[in-house]
Design a protein around this ligand. Structure first.
Ligand code: 5GP
Length: 194
């Protein structure tokens, strides 16, 4: 007889423009009954189409600092001039409930989670090359040149952190192939006996 197990925590990182959001959404579309996405808090302004409480909880810097002081975040970090944090109580309660949780977070926050919860499954999504990443990021055209340059610099630093992760996936343009890799990791890791 199967007994109820604690959920598995997945941590997915990768530079902006690598397609991690799309891959994670595909995973959610297939496994959404057992998998929850954690909605982060951020001090960044919403982009067109982003909904408060769905994509992020958009909060002020003061509110962000209050939450740090209350120990409300499982992890938090600064990225491209804004703060981002994962709500601890949500993640803990979903895992206790036996569901899996996916965090889509940048590398500093991911390091904090790996240190605090070493059993987490960390996955890094890589672009086939830096040039391709730049092309994709510019193609998105949702950002100013200054922000794009900032994000490209962050991406260079992030790529150097890839080896800290348990798994890596290259999204080389064939989204289905990259998804099959992510799906394989998800299925294997959610069937472990330990
Ligand atoms: P964006 O501004 O493009 O939505 O996100 C910028 C970066 O912050 C992305 O790498 C995203 O994964 C990351 N991020 C989003 N939420 C969190 C969070 O709660 N904590 C950390 N550390 N990074 C986050």
């Amino acid at each position: 007889m199967a007994h109820k197990r604690r959920g598995t925590l997945f941590v997915v990182s990768g530079p902006a423009g690598v397609g991690k959001g799309t891959l994670n959404k595909m995973l959610f579309d297939e496994f959404g009954e057992q998998l929850a996405f954690s909605v982060s808090a951020t001090t960044r302004a919403p982009r067109p189409g982003e909904i408060d409480g769905k994509h992020y909880f958009f909060i002020s810097r003061q509110e962000f600092e209050n939450r740090i002081a209350n120990n409300d975040f499982l992890e938090y970090a600064q990225f491209a001039g804004n703060c981002y944090g994962t709500p601890r109580s949500y993640v803990e309660s979903v895992l206790d409930d036996g569901k899996n949780v996916l965090l889509e977070i940048e590398v500093q926050g991911a390091s904090q989670v790996m240190a605090r919860m070493p059993e987490c499954v960390s996955i890094f999504v890589l672009p086939p090359s830096f040039e391709e990443l730049e092309r994709r990021l510019r193609g998105r055209a949702t950002e100013t040149e200054e922000k794009i340059v900032q994000r490209l610099a962050a991406a260079r630093g992030e790529l150097e952190c890839a080896q800290r992760y348990k798994y890596r996936i290259v999204n080389g343009g064939d989204l289905q192939a990259a998804y099959q890799e992510l799906r394989g990791i998800y299925l294997a890791e959610t069937h472990r006996t330990d």
